[in-house]
Write a protein that binds this ligand. Structure first.
Ligand SMILES: Nc1ncnc2c1ncn2[C@@H]1O[C@H](COP(=O)(O)OP(=O)(O)OP(=O)(O)O)[C@@H](O)[C@H]1O
Ligand SMILES: [Mg+2]
Length: 356
């Protein structure tokens, strides 16, 4: 077990923003910027119960551990699937961040999916408190993302953000510091990987690992036809003979495999637009929709969405950083953004069905 962070509730401030994601955890420290960007993976020795590693090092172990070690992704669909492991991960990462400053218990702002339930929210908070955090604030991911993008969320204009992560796709329209329309589905990058694995299993009778499926998606996947068609070789295990097998797959095949997941995302986006009040919709048509999150880096995705809804889709250079940068900005201006925090925001509770 990692040592608990000991502190005396000092007057000194130690403020940290965390994007506790299904695929990766990013940490922003006030005054320093993003200091951690690691996969949300923990490896544990089953005999001793001790955490062996977290982050990139643990991710390299995924699917390759001996019987005595388990490497796991403790977050699923944007929320905590394994409480103890998430706690270990938070302790490990905070220890790393607070190296020279262990006596100051940090105040943290954690970005959470907007569709999070009460129980899930408590689990996130408790994990942080057990990790030695003094006070936990929370903000909905799309709100943090919009702030990270520099959108004028406090003004009476429609700001629309789509955040496609590993576990959740969040679509929100924000105006006057509140979420006016909110769609959160537990379908995102992970489901794309699963769709690729199932396609290969069904078509070629070959089993591939999670990481291989992700590599195929990143290297060959696209949402919109590209020419010339690309092909790559993929190694897996023949499900009939049990022996290793190499197959060749094309970008068209991957696009077809991803169609179901992409359709769900398009469907949700259309639903969100349908529910957007006309005045805000008019702003959105003028200003475009912002696409963020690692899953949005799928080639051709912006083109597909634009074709489907006929509204400009704007992409950003670092789509994976928007949430944590926004959370950092909120933390640095807590007074200004007080009303968008989940725990203290009555406005937000009224406007979204998901929270509280
Ligand atoms: N170039 C790429 N093309 C397609 N997908 C990508 C690319 N790079 C990263 N991804 C995918 O992005 C996803 C992770 O995105 P991100 O880091 O935003 O998720 P997260 O914040 O951890 O998850 P969530 O917000 O759902 O909890 C993974 O599914 C990963 O495979
Ligand atoms: Mg995310």
């Amino acid at each position: 077990m990692f040592k608990f962070l000991k502190g005396f509730g000092s007057l000194l401030k130690n403020e940290i923003a965390i994007d506790l994601g299904t695929s990766s955890t990013l940490i922003y420290v006030k005054g320093k910027g993003i200091v951690i960007d690691e996969p949300s993976v923990v490896s544990v020795d089953l005999y001793t119960g001790k955490t062996i590693s977290c982050g990139a090092e643990a991710k390299r172990m995924l699917g390759k551990t001996p019987e005595t070690v388990v490497a796991k992704r403790p977050m699923k669909d944007g929320v905590i699937a394994d409480f103890e492991m998430v706690q270990e991960m938070i302790i490990y990462l905070l220890n790393k961040v607070l190296e020279k400053n262990l006596f100051v218990r940090p105040v943290v702002l954690i970005a959470v999916p907007s569709g999070i339930t009460d129980v899930e929210r408590r689990a996130v908070r408790d994990a942080a408190i057990l990790a030695g955090v003094q006070k936990v604030h929370m903000v909905a991911e799309p709100v943090a993302s919009a702030v990270g993008l520099g959108l004028p969320i406090e003004e009476p204009v429609g700001n629309m953000v789509i955040d496609i992560g590993g576990g959740t796709t969040e679509i929100a329209v924000i105006s006057l510091s509140g979420i006016v329309v909110n769609k959160s589905i537990r379908i995102a990058g992970d489901e794309m990987d699963e769709a690729i694995s199932s396609y290969i299993r069904e078509k070629y009778r070959v089993a591939i690992g999670e990481q291989t499926a992700e590599e195929i998606k990143i290297n060959l996947g696209n949402a919109f036809p590209t020419f010339p068609e690309e092909k790559i070789e993929v190694r897996g295990r023949d499900l009939v003979s049990g022996t290793p097998k190499t197959i060749e797959i094309s970008s068209t095949e991957v696009r077809n495999a991803l169609r179901g997941v992409l359709n769900e995302i398009v469907f949700t986006l259309k639903k969100a637009l349908e529910q957007t009040p006309p005045e805000l919709l008019s702003d959105i048509i003028d200003r475009g929709i912002y696409l963020t999150g690692g899953g949005s880096m799928l080639k051709g995705l912006a083109d597909l969405l634009m074709e489907e809804i006929n509204i400009l889709i704007k992409t950003t250079e670092y789509p994976r950083n928007c949430v944590v940068l926004g959370a950092g900005k909120i933390l640095e201006n807590l007074d200004k953004y007080n009303q968008i925090l989940i725990a203290s925001s009555k406005t937000m509770v009224k406007r979204t069905e998901f929270i509280d």
